[in-house]
Design a protein around this ligand. Sequence first.
Ligand code: NAP
Length: 241
Amino acid sequence: MSAQRTVIITGASQGIGAGLVTAYLQKGWNVIGTSRRISETASFDRSDRLKLMDGDVADPDTAERVARTAIDRFGSIDALINNAGVFVTKPFLEYTIDDFRRISATNVEGFIHFTKHAIKQMLRQESGGSIVTITSSLTDHPIAGVTASVPMITKGGLNAITRSLALEFAGNNIRVNAVSPGVVDTPLHARNPKDFLKSLSPMGTITAIQEIVNGVIYLTESANITGEVLHVDNGAHLGKW
Ligand SMILES: NC(=O)c1ccc[n+]([C@@H]2O[C@H](COP(=O)([O-])OP(=O)(O)OC[C@H]3O[C@@H](n4cnc5c(N)ncnc54)[C@H](OP(=O)(O)O)[C@@H]3O)[C@@H](O)[C@H]2O)c1
């Protein structure tokens, strides 16, 4: 990786993504943070090493613009965090095909657009790189009453492609990993009672954003780890408790 490293973070305006922006800046990285309305809604300290860009990850043009800006402004793409994602729950019979298309556009098509641009640039740089994607432990262990069947098609697919790409690009020293959260204390859960959220893992706790950030940074910096899905979920992937 180049001396002054650059990371692209999607879904960076709030929650886990905003925590990642702050952490990577503190570690000395150049950061490009993107979301649909990040320029209006986010409030980060100003920095020459931070560039915020608006755009929908489902639009291929967003990844193209973000990658070009990373290279023009900072000279490289050394890491990508695919964090932007949407989550909805409803009984399976109530999901429409439009729900599926909308969820897939953000969670899967967004992944494909950004990951393609990042890998293309990492191959040009010939110095390896790291891709980390945020998935979900509900793919390993569904919870009765949390009916997320259709979103889990997308998150399970991201776990699968993580392993495929890890193998495909291992020889180029491009590592591809995922962090799999249970319940994280972000605005996503603003309307859910804390007692209910605590009941969704065997450890009976809610994960702080910083714990997910720590997992992402660990995978970004671990030279020998690829194809790994790291569960940071208070044991929620383990089974019935
Ligand atoms: N919180 C949890 O308990 C939990 C558990 C498991 C997995 N996760 C995963 O962790 C990731 C982050 O979750 P979070 O809780 O931090 O979410 P959040 O608070 O809802 O934030 C979502 C972020 O994604 C952006 N975003 C949403 N749709 C987008 C799109 N189409 N294009 C570009 N940006 C988009 C949002 O900004 P804009 O509105 O400006 O676009 C925002 O920055 C997601 O992939 C989520 O599925 C979260």
